[in-house]
Design a protein around this ligand. Structure first.
Ligand code: PRP
Ligand code: URA
Length: 209
C-alpha cells in the first residue's frame, strides 16, 4: 500500500463534503468534480520532470522551467470526463485519450465498449482518471491497456476509493501510484462505495431513471 496517497488538503476535504451531499445537484456536482480533479492533479504532478528554457520578458532573459515530457490524460468513460476537463485547465497541452467501460451490475466486472489510445508511448506521463475506485476492476483494466503501449510514468487519480479497491489495485499494479481524495469505509453489498456519493456518472450527467 506504499504508493497510495490520500489527500490531506483541507480544500479537498471541503469539496468532498459538498460532492457527497444528496442535496448537490448535477451543475454543482460537475463544478466540484473539476475542482477536485485539479487539486489532486496538482499533488500527483509534483514530481514530473522539467527542463530549463530561456524566456524573454519585457526586461530581459529569464531562466525558467517547463514540463519535459508529454502528459496524457485518460478518463474512464463516462464519469472520468469531468475530471479530465478540470485537469486540462491546469495542463492545457495535455493529450486526452479515452477508454469506455461499463461495470456489469451483477458480476461487477467492467465491459469495454470504447477504446481510443495512442499506438505507443514514449517518455510520457499518463494520468488515468475516474472519480470512483470501487472494486478497482475498471481501473486495473484501463491501466493494463496502457501498460501494453510501452513504458510510461503511469498514475491513477480518483476522488473516492473503497479499501477493497485500493487493495486490489495495489496488488495488480504495485508500481502505479494512486492519488485519491479519500478512502471510505467499505464496499456495500451491491458493490457501491459506502458512504461514497452514489453513482458518479449519473450525478454528473443527470441521468437518473
Ligand atoms: C463507475 C465508476 C468507475 C467504476 C468503478 O462507472 O465511474 O468507472 O464504476 O467501479 P469498479 O472500481 O468496481 O470497477 P460505471 O461502470 O458505473 O459507468 P459510468 O461511468 O458510465 O456511470
Ligand atoms: N460507481 C459509482 O459511480 N459509485 C460507486 O460507489 C461505485 C461504482
Amino acid at each position: 500500500m506504499s504508493l497510495v496517497y490520500p489527500s490531506s488538503h483541507p480544500l479537498v476535504f471541503e469539496k468532498l463534503a459538498a460532492l457527497r451531499s444528496i442535496e448537490t445537484r448535477p451543475p454543482e456536482f460537475r463544478r466540484l468534480v473539476r475542482s477536485l480533479a485539479q487539486l489532486l492533479a496538482f499533488e500527483a504532478t509534483a514530481d514530473l520532470p522539467t527542463r530549463e528554457v530561456t524566456v524573454t520578458t519585457p526586461l530581459g532573459a529569464a531562466t525558467c522551467r517547463v514540463l519535459s515530457d508529454p502528459v496524457l490524460i485518460v478518463p474512464i468513460l463516462r464519469a472520468g470526463l469531468g475530471m479530465a476537463d478540470g485537469i486540462l485547465d491546469l495542463i492545457p497541452d495535455a493529450q486526452v485519450w479515452h477508454v469506455g467501460l461499463k461495470r456489469d451490475e451483477t458480476t461487477l466486472l467492467p465491459a469495454e465498449y470504447y477504446r481510443r489510445l495512442p499506438e505507443q508511448l514514449h517518455k510520457a506521463t499518463v494520468l488515468v482518471v475516474d472519480p470512483m475506485l470501487a472494486t478497482a476492476g475498471s481501473a486495473v483494466h484501463a491501466c493494463e491497456l496502457i501498460r501494453k503501449l510501452g513504458p510510461c510514468r503511469l498514475k491513477f487519480l480518483a476522488l473516492i476509493a473503497a479499501p477493497e479497491g485500493v487493495e486490489h489495485f495495489s496488488r495488480m499494479m504495485p508500481d502505479v501510484p494512486i492519488h485519491v481524495g479519500v478512502i471510505d469505509e467499505r464496499l456495500n453489498e451491491v458493490g457501491y462505495i459506502y458512504p461514497g456519493l452514489g453513482d458518479a456518472g449519473d450525478r454528473q450527467f443527470a441521468t437518473f431513471e
